[in-house]
Design a protein around this ligand. Sequence first.
Ligand SMILES: Nc1ncnc2c1ncn2[C@@H]1O[C@H](COP(=O)(O)OP(=O)(O)OP(=O)(O)O)[C@@H](O)[C@H]1O
Length: 298
Amino acid sequence: MNGSTLEIDGLRKRYGDTVALDGVGFTVHPGEVFGFVGSNGAGKTTTMRITLGVLSADAGEARIDGRPIDLEVRRTVGYMPEERGLYPKMRVGNQLRYLAELHGLSRSDATAAVQRWTERLGIEGRVNDTVDSLSLGNQQRVQLAAALVHDPAVLVLDEPFSGLDPVAVDTMSDVLLEKANAGVPVLFSSHQLDLVQRLCHRVGIIGGGRMKAVGPVDELRGRDGTTLTVHAPDAPAGWADHLPGVTTVSHENGRTALALGENADDQAILAAALATGPVHEFARTLPSLTDLYREVVA
Ligand SMILES: Nc1ncnc2c1ncn2[C@@H]1O[C@H](COP(=O)(O)OP(=O)(O)OP(=O)(O)O)[C@@H](O)[C@H]1O
């Protein structure tokens, strides 16, 4: 796919005695939505700030298409900082137009972009309001518009979903996927793991300044094998214990959860379940990203 690649490579950062980043690295490919998750203080904001050049690293660097992010490359990135950073007393429309022009758009292109993005994000009625008169959620929509208004080649968003109502969450999700479909690498941090699981092609889990896991969401969820849920109401306890590669995790009210090893044969399990009587449910389940996260950061 045509589009840019964002590489974060070996970032190290200390604040006094606190090691904030201890060799953080991962790549966001063209057209990929990458979810960056980790506990409070894990190092997400520090990573994003260094990526944008807002903060300097002690070692390592971020690159776009192999090029370190200098001021010129920086203009191609749409950034939504955690501390937000809009001018509170400036009108929404003027502010967005100003930011677009700062990124090199002509006055007429900037005006068109402001109209397009404020309509898309449902804030076209607020362009003449000052930012500080808006609700927090609407300020966040303006902040997203500010990150998008210069048609960036790369998006880096620090907790873009926090505090949004469900409709705004859907709009934000649609916009991120739309940008990714156009080839833009999208990196965002979030504590909303259900949303990350739904939206992201890949995730990176950071803990204590190090990457604990990076990969496609389903691959990470499946790395410890899958679980099979079987609802066979007449099956006695231990009905599957003789089958190779099968471990019974729980057996309650006719519902059995089985952990499957590599040599487990799901058709043999189904046959064994049917031998006990009717089978109402037979489904593979993966642990949720939340389960995986708890295990990885524990
Ligand atoms: N300006 C600073 N001075 C001193 N320590 C800092 C500073 N900024 C961050 N830290 C420390 O660096 C570590 C990483 O913080 P960072 O803000 O990157 O985490 P985060 O993953 O974004 O957390 P959160 O989810 O709470 O936003 C933490 O231990 C934090 O206390």
